[in-house]
Write a protein that binds this ligand. Structure first.
Ligand SMILES: CCCCC/C=C\C/C=C\C/C=C\C/C=C\CCCC(=O)SCCNC(=O)CCNC(=O)[C@H](O)C(C)(C)COP(=O)(O)OP(=O)(O)OC[C@H]1O[C@@H](n2cnc3c(N)ncnc32)[C@H](O)[C@@H]1OP(=O)(O)O
Length: 220
């Protein structure tokens, strides 16, 4: 059976393939708060002017924390299940670099179904810097890749990115609210065509389009 053959409400359950699946709403609120604090920490470290003694003390504190938290790790590949409106179900890797709910570097958090596609708001702090004061182009592409991929998956056509094209229309600023939207534009055999854009204050800063190719998932 291929993903192609699965009806929307019947996506393969990663648990059937040996992956750990966690209900998103069962993640402790304290973990999500920690994720936010660490995201701020990364920005603070990237820009700190603290003196060497303070930096050495901070290193010791962080090392100790890393050891404590790392003592009980979930397996790589752990996934979250999310139920979307209209009975849609989606699975995402917990630590996905762009939208993983427990990954402090992942900036895309609040994806939702809207106007037949997906939409999210985000603000990228100084840890995502490329040119001075601007978001790195690789992160712009990553945001688009993820939202395009999730659009394909959420609308029942899970696949891998075969091709991604990004047009950078305007610089995307740091520390400024951004909106990311996407939609499916066509389906041809296993290929799902998706497009989307990033807006800042209503103006498009980047447009992306991708071909997601549905992959064959073996029957269990
Ligand atoms: C084990 C089961 C576990 C169950 C899992 C359950 C749930 C999964 C959960 C989560 C997933 C959900 C969401 C994911 C969301 C976002 C992720 C972000 C996106 C990514 O981060 S994803 C990583 C980067 N991505 C890759 O790592 C792909 C590497 N790549 C490949 O794995 C192959 O390359 C593949 C599979 C793409 C195709 O390979 P293939 O052999 O299956 O298919 P084939 O080559 O026959 O192509 C079929 C048709 O696509 C056309 N086509 C192919 N390539 C093209 C290209 N480049 N440009 C234009 N068209 C292309 C052909 O022309 C033909 O078209 P036509 O039908 O017209 O002939």
């Amino acid at each position: 059976m291929t993903v192609d053959a699965h009806p929307i409400a019947d996506l393969p359950n990663p648990a059937d393939y040996g992956f750990t699946v966690i209900e998103r709403q069962e993640l402790p609120a304290d973990l999500l708060t920690l994720v936010d604090r660490v995201r701020e920490l990364v920005d603070a470290v990237a820009h700190t002017e603290a003196d060497p003694a303070e930096l050495a003390a901070a290193s010791r504190t962080v090392s100790e924390l890393t050891e404590r938290l790392g003592a009980r790790r979930r397996p790589v590949g752990a996934m979250t299940r999310q139920d979307w409106e209209g009975g849609r179900v989606d699975y995402n890797t917990l630590a996905n670099a762009v939208s993983g709910v427990t990954n402090p570097v992942a900036p895309l958090r609040n994806l939702r179904v809207e106007d037949g596609g997906l939409r999210a708001e985000t603000t990228l702090n100084g840890a995502y810097e490329g040119p001075p004061g601007l978001v790195h182009g690789g992160w712009v592409a990553a945001l688009l890749d993820q939202v395009l991929g999730e659009t394909s998956a959420v609308f029942g056509r899970m696949g891998l990115t075969a091709n991604l094209t990004v047009d950078y229309r305007r610089p995307t600023p740091l520390n400024t609210p951004l909106t990311v939207v996407s939609r499916i534009t066509g389906v041809e055999r296993r290929k799902v065509f998706v497009s989307g854009e990033i807006r800042c204050a209503g103006e498009i800063t980047a447009e992306g389009s991708a071909i997601m190719v549905r992959v064959a998932i073996p029957e269990v």
